[in-house]
Design a protein around this ligand. Structure first.
Ligand code: ADP
Length: 242
């Protein structure tokens, strides 16, 4: 799709990411625009999740310049964090659905927690996100009655509920078999292909995804996060080091 060439939705310049008193990454610099699909790769412990947690405001930023939408992460106040998070849909490796309630009630829980009141609007929104992920016929099911791939579809529907400008997906296919992985990739790239799609940042370990669905790639390594060049041979050499 045509990228939005206006202001980046996420902009980091010379950012240090410090977690638990340790400098995890230094001088992190990247811009991501609405509608872009970007992979975040790197070995275990290289700082990928720390970047994701800094974008959501869980890890404060003390050095450099960092913004998400109109929020300056260097000056983020606690009271602003819920509004920042409302711009962001998060998808986890282990789905993180509430196991004691149905698919519908998982989504209802999020809408109520984010201030939705009108019953009809709530029902329409849940129907709309469930049909966007092909799960509209399973809204009454409990999460444990679904396969891993189906649970991840529900988690993606949940991420879409408030029309996010950014989706952060932290190893969303890490617990899935090859077929379910491909289905989830098709779902995410299908969301990316739609008009006015959110920016999607996807953490992954899976080299074959980067080959089959090539997108911009940021790699964390040796305390740095850098962009891999678009040149394919070079990319594959580096990816082989993952
Ligand atoms: P990745 O997602 O690439 O596996 P992380 O961002 O989870 O990497 O971890 C980066 C670094 O931060 C690691 O060195 C790890 O030891 C450290 N770290 C991870 N979680 C915590 C935590 N809860 N408290 C302190 N340090 C942590």
């Amino acid at each position: 799709m045509e990228e939005n060439i206006s202001k980046p939705i996420i902009s980091y310049k010379d950012v240090d990411i410090v977690y638990g008193g340790n400098l995890v990454l230094s001088d992190v610099t990247f811009d991501i625009r609405k509608g872009e699909f970007v992979y975040l790769i790197g070995k275990v412990g290289s700082g990928k999740t720390s970047i994701i947690r800094s974008v959501t405001g869980e890890i404060p930023i003390r050095k450099g310049e960092a913004s998400v939408g109109n929020f300056n992460l260097r000056k983020l106040k606690n009271r602003q964090i819920p509004f920042l998070r409302r711009m962001i849909g998060v998808v986890f490796q282990d789905f993180q659905l509430l196991m004691d309630r149905s698919v519908y009630d998982n989504l209802l829980f999020v809408l109520k927690a984010t201030g939705w009141k009108d019953k009809r609007e709530i029902r329409d929104r849940i129907d709309s996100v469930l049909s966007a992920v092909g799960m509209q016929l399973k809204s009454h099911k409990m999460p444990y009655q679904l396969s891993g791939g189906e649970q991840q579809r529900v988690a993606i529907a949940r991420a879409l509920l408030n029309g996010p400008e950014i989706i952060l997906a932290d190893e969303p296919t890490g617990n899935l078999d090859t077929e379910a992985t491909e289905n989830i990739m098709e779902l995410l790239t299908g969301i990316h292909d739609k008009k006015d799609s959110p920016a999607i940042i996807m953490v992954t370990h899976e080299r074959q995804l980067l080959q089959k669905h090539p997108f911009r790639t940021l790699m964390c390594e040796n305390g740095e996060c850098r962009e891999l060049p678009a040149d394919e041979d070079f990319r594959l050499d580096l990816i082989n080091l993952m």
